[in-house]
Design a protein around this ligand. Structure first.
Ligand code: GUN
Length: 296
């Protein structure tokens, strides 16, 4: 008997549309109270194609919800001191509610120094140690955009999380590590038993097969295959990669860290790539910026 696909999509595009409609109302309220809409700036250093695409999507999303946005393009050759100087002036600018510095940065710039230089109250990426510390302690602050977007997606589709085994693959500061913390918190979505797997994990398939909720942020195209996934699992794919595909007019197609075609039929829910986590990440950034504009 052939396998019948019964999975449902964690549709980040649809979920984002609903949340962004509320954000747009919030922007109108801010404008009427403060005389100007929420204002986000995005700093892009150099010419990395993927980073340019991401930053442009963030700026476009701002326009769509009625925010003001500023794209600050800086040359690849900028010194660390010059960049820190720009950050100091953005920290002090009362017309700017929040800003982000798109990562990765050129190798001659220390990302840690840059992250630390951004004032915590303008850190709408949620990368500053103060905001990370607040997240760990369950205090109010800015949550990192991708994990916050995933949490929102799970909430939107009312995915049961309490008592479930959540396996996160990847321990980056931006996604894997904060994701593991959010899923273990004593609230909904959360209350999971969390395993954080990474490059030194032994026998990864033996761990992922136990996951009720599998969150994949390893950065390797189509890494997770059907044999690694428990039947009925909820799978969230954070990866996004361009793969050469001569059958496409563009010459490429987008894939995630999960081999969607073979994994999806085993899932109860799965976030597709594109259209899953990506739009939710930008929506979280907008939510953080709205919060900053309202006074944090
Ligand atoms: N690079 C990849 N993801 C992100 C993100 O969420 N924010 C920033 N600033 N850089 C990134």
């Amino acid at each position: 008997m052939s396998e019948v696909a019964t999975y449902q999509l964690l549709d980040g595009k649809r979920c984002s549309e609903a949340v962004r409609a509320d954000i747009a109302k919030g922007a109108v309220e801010v404008k009427s109270k403060r005389g100007r809409p929420p204002h986000l700036a995005a700093v892009l250093v150099g010419n990395d194609g993927a980073s340019k695409t991401y930053v442009e999507s963030k700026v476009k999303a701002c326009e769509e919800v009625g925010f003001r946005s500023t794209l600050v393009r800086l040359p690849e050759t900028i010194t660390e001191e010059e960049l820190l100087h720009r950050i100091a002036s953005m920290n002090a600018d009362p017309d700017l509610d929040g800003f982000i510095v798109q990562l990765p940065l050129p190798s001659h710039i220390d990302e840690e120094r840059v992250t630390l230089a951004i004032a915590a109250h303008k850190d709408v990426d949620g990368f500053h140690p103060e905001n990370i510390g607040r997240m760990v302690l369950g205090l109010d602050g800015y949550l990192p955009a991708t994990p916050a977007g995933i949490v929102e997606l799970l909430r939107h589709y009312r995915i049961e999380t309490a008592g479930k085994h959540c396996v996160v693959i990847g321990r980056s500061h931006i996604v894997g590590t904060p994701m593991s913390i959010l899923m273990s918190r004593n609230r909904y979505p959360g209350n999971c038993t969390v395993t954080l797997a990474h490059s030194r994990t032994q026998d990864l398939p033996a761990i992922t097969i136990q996951a009720d909720i599998l969150i994949v942020a390893i950065g390797k195209p189509e890494f997770v295959t059907a044999d690694m996934v428990k039947p009925g699992a909820v799978v969230v794919d954070v990866g996004i990669h361009r793969i050469t595909d001569t059958a496409k007019k563009s010459g490429y197609r987008l894939v995630g860290d999960v081999r969607f075609d073979e994994v999806a039929p085993k899932c109860s829910w799965i976030a597709p790539v594109p259209g899953g986590v990506g739009p939710m990440t930008i929506t979280s950034l907008l939510l953080n910026t709205l919060k900053a504009a309202k006074g944090g």
